[in-house]
Design a protein around this ligand. Structure first.
Ligand code: AVJ
Length: 347
C-alpha cells in the first residue's frame, strides 16, 4: 500500500514537472528537456536588479552562452588552470575504488555536465557492471546537446535524458526518479556559492537522495596564493576574455552599450573569505545603458562589477559542511599535488 501511494505521489510530481518542459526526442536512447520559459526570460530581470544595486554584480551562470562555453573549455586546458587536470587525474585513478561503492545499478545524475569529458570516467565505472546506464545531465548550456550526442554514440548501453536548466530545477525533476542515484557535481562548481547558499544547495541535494544513493563532489583546495591567482589570470588572457564575454552577451541579448575596451578583467584571491573573486573594473567614468531592461547607470572610474566567487576549501571545512547537511563522508580522494579533492557522500 505504501509503495503504491509513493509511486502515485512521484508520478504527480513528474507530471507537474513535465509541464515546465518540452521534450525533444532525438532517438530512442537520447532525449532532452528544455524549459518552456528558458533562462533568457529571466536573464533581463535578474541582471536589471543585480546591476542597479549598490554592489553591482552579474550572476556567473550567465557566462555560459555559446561563446562563453567555448572559452570555458579553453580555460580547462590552460597550463595555469590546474583544476580540471587535477580532478581528471583523480578520476583516472579511482575507477576500481569507486566501483566498490556501486553495489547495485545506479543512474548517473550530473550537475553542470558541460562538455562531459570527466563524465566518461564515471560512466566507465558503471557501464561494465550494468546492463544499461541511465544518465541525466543537468546543464544550463546548450553544450549539453552536443556532449550527450557524443556520449551516446560512444556508449551503446547508455540512455540519456538531458535537462537544459539550472541545477535547482534539475534537482526538482530528479526527485521523482526511482532506483539508486549517483549524483555528481564536479569541477568545484560549488565554489560559486557562498557558504550559506552552498549549505542550502547541498540540503537540496540531500533532499533528493535516499538510502544507498551517493553524491560525488569535486572541490578545489586552498593552496599557495600564487598558484590560485595565476589559474584565474592566465598568460594567454583566456579568462579575461571569458569574463568580458558577459558584457558582449548582454550587448547582444539585452541591447546593451558596454564598450569592452573600457573594462579590465580583475581576479584575485581573498584569503579572509578563501575565495577567488572575479570582477570587471571600469577604466573610466562611463554611462551604461541596456535598452531591453530600461537600465541606465553611471559607473565610476575603478568601480567594479562582481562576476564570480570561486571558493576554495580545506578538509576540516568540508567535514563541517558534511555534518551540517547530514552527509556521511564515505571517501575523500586527492591528486598527487593535493590541489583538488573528490568527496563521496552518502545519506
Ligand atoms: C566552473 C565555477 C568551477 O570557478 O574555477 C574558471 C569557473 N571562472 N575560470 C571556477 C571559472 C574562471 C570555474 N567553475
Amino acid at each position: 500500500m505504501v509503495t503504491i501511494e509513493t509511486s502515485i505521489a512521484s508520478k504527480t510530481i513528474r507530471e507537474k514537472n513535465m509541464q515546465k518542459y518540452f521534450k525533444v526526442i532525438l532517438n530512442p536512447r537520447f532525449c532532452y528537456l528544455a524549459p518552456r520559459n528558458s533562462i533568457h526570460t529571466s536573464m533581463g530581470a535578474e541582471i536589471s536588479s543585480s546591476l542597479r544595486g549598490k554592489l553591482r554584480f552579474i550572476h556567473p551562470k550567465f557566462f555560459y552562452d555559446k561563446k562563453g562555453s567555448e572559452l570555458f573549455e579553453e580555460i580547462c586546458s590552460l597550463p595555469e588552470y590546474y583544476l580540471t587536470r587535477s580532478e581528471m587525474e583523480i578520476l583516472d585513478s579511482i575507477g576500481l575504488e569507486l566501483s566498490q561503492f556501486l553495489v547495485q545499478d545506479y543512474a548517473l545524475i550530473e550537475l553542470g555536465s558541460g562538455s562531459a569529458k570527466k563524465t566518461r570516467r564515471l560512466l566507465e565505472a558503471l557501464i561494465g557492471r550494468q546492463e544499461t546506464v541511465e544518465y541525466y545531465p543537468i546543464d544550463i548550456s546548450n553544450v549539453l546537446k552536443e556532449s550527450s550526442a557524443s556520449l551516446q554514440r560512444d556508449y551503446k548501453n547508455l540512455k540519456i535524458t538531458g535537462i537544459l536548466d539550472q541545477y535547482e530545477n534539475g534537482l526538482d525533476f530528479i526527485k521523482s526518479l526511482e532506483g539508486k542515484k549517483l549524483i555528481a557535481f564536479l569541477g568545484s562548481s560549488l565554489g560559486n556559492f557562498n557558504n550559506k547558499s552552498a549549505i542550502r544547495f547541498l540540503n537540496k541535494v540531500h533532499d533528493v537522495m535516499r538510502t544507498g544513493d551517493l553524491f560525488l563532489l569535486g572541490l578545489d583546495l586552498i593552496k599557495d596564493k600564487r598558484i590560485l591567482e595565476s589559474a584565474y589570470n592566465d598568460s594567454q588572457g583566456v579568462t579575461g576574455r571569458f569574463n568580458l564575454n558577459l558584457l558582449t552577451r548582454i550587448n547582444k541579448e539585452l541591447y546593451g552599450n558596454f564598450d569592452l575596451e573600457n573594462f579590465d578583467h580583475v581576479a584575485f584571491y581573498n584569503s579572509k573569505h578563501s575565495r577567488i573573486e572575479m570582477h570587471l573594473r571600469s577604466k573610466c567614468e562611463q554611462e551604461i545603458s541596456i535598452s531591453k531592461i530600461n537600465l541606465s547607470i553611471i559607473l565610476k572610474k575603478s568601480e567594479t562589477i562582481l562576476t564570480e566567487y570561486s571558493y576554495k576549501y580545506t578538509i576540516p571545512q568540508i567535514e563541517q559542511i558534511a555534518s551540517k547537511v547530514g552527509f556521511k563522508i564515505e571517501k575523500i580522494w586527492y591528486d598527487k599535488n593535493k590541489f583538488f579533492s573528490l568527496v563521496l557522500f552518502s545519506v
